[in-house]
Design a protein around this ligand. Structure first.
Ligand code: HEC
Length: 171
């Protein structure tokens, strides 16, 4: 590792260490190329968090499948950029002349991905079909302290919309 670090730089060492972790229990890798491979199909003030803004991304194929009314296939990846909303000096969220929050720093990148049989290990209240969840820092590091069961529990009841809040916006 020391030699690699010297020759190739710290960045690559970090990358190698991270992909070794994915081979283990982590099923969802950071979708590093989402900005070029996916479309931003919706941006809005978060509906259940009053000081955040969210931008949602999916591939063209995913949006096409959603439009056709199909069940999204295994392998589908959805990305949510979560931003802090700008605040004034008293810590109050600023509202623009359009009545919207204004994006401040990118805080995290939330990901949903679907894989064959991925839901099998979850009890009903945490089961989202075969979707699972992951969350990363803006630099793509896994935020291991985040409780993914809170993601699972909030999305699980949405059985009529494939466990997605924004399905209608893909159509
Ligand atoms: C309290 C409920 C709640 C929790 C907890 C939650 N979400 Fe969501 N999620 C939402 C809502 C509502 C939306 C629609 C956009 C919005 O208003 O924020 C959404 C949208 C998404 C989307 C876009 C696809 C869709 O369903 O529309 C992804 C990806 C996502 N969330 C991932 C996650 C991840 C990963 C976690 C956990 C780290 C998480 N969510 C936790 C409520 C929740």
């Amino acid at each position: 590792m020391t030699i690699l670090k010297k020759v190739l730089g710290a960045g690559l060492v970090v990358t190698l260490a991270a992909s070794a972790a994915y081979a283990g229990k982590e099923r969802i890798a950071f979708p590093a190329d989402y900005r070029t491979k996916m479309q931003n199909y919706l941006s809005l003030d978060r509906t259940q968090n009053d000081d955040q803004v969210i931008r949602l991304f999916a591939t063209e194929e995913t949006l096409k499948a959603a439009k056709s009314g199909a069940e999204l296939p295994n392998g589908t990846v959805l990305v949510a950029e979560i931003y802090k909303a700008k605040k004034d000096k008293d810590g109050k969220v600023i509202v623009s002349s359009l009545g919207r929050r204004i994006r401040d720093k990118l805080a995290a990148i939330a990901v949903m991905q679907k894989g064959e049989g991925w839901g099998a290990k979850f009890p009903e209240e945490l089961r989202n079909g075969d979707w699972d969840f992951a969350i990363f820092s803006p630099a793509g590091e896994r935020l291991v302290k985040k409780d993914l069961n809170s993601c699972r529990a909030c999305h699980a009841p949405l059985k009529d919309t494939q466990h997605l809040f924004s399905l209608e916006h893909m159509q």
